[in-house]
Design a protein around this ligand. Structure first.
Ligand code: MN
Length: 210
């Protein structure tokens, strides 16, 4: 949907991820940080050609731009999309990967434990603010990390899951201990059903030989 953009509702109650992520963190992260990206995005697109575009289109159209205004627009649009995707990547429910995702994980990583270890490593080694991602390219899974507001979606890559590694995502609960936040989130509250749905949506996935 084009502008005005709205803050998408959280898929669970604000205290549902506690103690992995406290209600206090969610309140600041969602109502302050995420809301501010939405509000700023709406101000930036007003009266421009971007007002008629969908969020994904704005992110893709402004990615890599050298124009200062478009860079600011990318940062805010990217952060709105990334946060919507992050909330849906997390769940308090026990979820299972589909058979399709299971076999893609086995083919790419050997198993879920190895996938989680690589995702944790990407999150730990992302210097400064950014994101760690599980992505699929033609059904082949891999891990990526991006700085600031950047997202693999900007290049048309199919994202399956993400974890926010900006300090605001964990500082109230874990202070400087980003690895502890990652260990806790990746082990307990990743939404494998969401990842499965994202993989299934991808056109013509390559079937694993495994
Ligand atoms: Mn964030």
């Amino acid at each position: 949907m084009p502008a005005p953009f709205t803050l998408a509702p959280l898929p669970w109650d604000e205290d549902a991820l506690a103690p992995t992520i406290s209600a206090n963190t969610i309140q600041f992260h969602y109502h302050k940080h995420h809301q501010t990206y939405v509000d700023t995005l709406n101000k930036l697109v007003e009266g421009t050609k971007f007002a008629a575009m969908k969020l994904e289109e704005i992110v893709q159209a402004t990615a890599g731009s050298s124009d200062a205004k478009e860079k600011t627009l990318f940062n805010n649009a990217g952060q709105v999309w990334n946060h919507d995707f992050y909330w849906r990547s997390l769940t308090p429910a026990k979820t299972e990967a589909s058979a399709q995702l299971d076999s893609a994980i086995a083919a790419a990583f050997g198993g879920k434990e190895q996938l989680i270890a690589q995702l944790a490593e990407a999150g730990k080694t992302q210097f400064g603010s950014g994101w760690a991602w599980l992505v699929s390219k033609g059904g082949k899974l891999s891990i990526e990390k991006t700085p600031n507001a950047e997202t693999p979606m900007a290049k048309g890559v199919n994202c399956l899951l993400t974890v926010d590694v900006w300090e605001h995502a964990y500082y109230l609960d874990y202070q400087n201990a980003r690895p502890k936040y990652l260990e806790s989130v990746l082990g307990k509250i990743l939404n494998w059903e969401f990842a499965s749905e994202n993989l299934a949506k991808e056109a013509n996935p390559v079937r694993s030989a495994a």
